[in-house]
Design a protein around this ligand. Structure first.
Ligand SMILES: Nc1ccn([C@@H]2O[C@H](COP(=O)(O)O)[C@@H](O)[C@H]2O)c(=O)n1
Ligand SMILES: C[C@@]1(CO)OP(=O)(O)OP(=O)(O)OC[C@H]1O
Length: 164
């Protein structure tokens, strides 16, 4: 069986607004994200991990932040487009593990819904998806409450006679 691994990392800073989109969940908050799209840092890291696993660059190349087409874009839609690229190359997601790095907001009430969304968009069962969160104990830009970072690692499996 052909296996490929990919890693993604993204950061969005806080700006004006009263909610954050993370994992396709609208989380009420004292700030919004500064971004061209909806700023869904978790879905961006996952999209980059998928593209990385297939040596397809990154989401900035596929959905440039200079293109008005992606202004305010729903990052679940971007993720689904990336998944179609992966499937077209003969791969499917084996499993995904992701970490949100943020002092605030508290992610735990939202994580199960994030997993539901991600599993739907990746076309896998929920048991193939893990999302977790950590603070940085007050250290660094996340610890100072300046934004949120996300990391994702994905394993892809090729179907019989597929994958290159
Ligand atoms: N933004 C966050 C950060 C962490 N959590 C959860 O809190 C627990 C403790 O986090 P540590 O920083 O001590 O690793 C952990 O179980 C996280 O899931 C959170 O919900 N939101
Ligand atoms: C998602 C895209 C889409 O325009 O814009 P942003 O929301 O700014 O997100 P980022 O992770 O900085 O880069 C990828 C972009 O192309």
């Amino acid at each position: 069986m052909t296996l490929r691994i990919g890693h993604g990392f993204d950061v969005h800073r806080f700006g004006t607004g009263d909610y954050l989109m993370i994992g396709g969940v609208r989380i009420p908050f004292a700030h919004g994200f500064v971004a061209h799209s909806d700023g869904d840092v978790l879905l961006h890291a996952i999209s980059d991990a998928l593209l990385g696993a297939c040596a397809l660059g990154d989401i900035g190349q596929h959905f440039p932040d200079t293109d008005p087409a992606w202004a305010g874009a729903d990052s679940r839609e971007l993720l689904r487009q990336v998944v179609e690229l992966i499937i077209a190359r003969g791969y499917r997601v084996g499993n995904l593990d992701a970490t949100l790095i943020a002092q605030l907001p508290k992610m735990s009430p939202y994580i199960e819904t994030m997993i539901t969304h991600i599993a739907e968009d990746l076309q896998v069962s929920r048991t193939a998806v893990n999302v977790k969160a950590t603070t940085t104990e007050g250290l660094g830009f996340t610890g100072r409450g300046e934004g949120v970072a996300a990391e994702a690692v994905v394993l892809l499996q090729a179907g019989e006679g597929h994958g290159n």
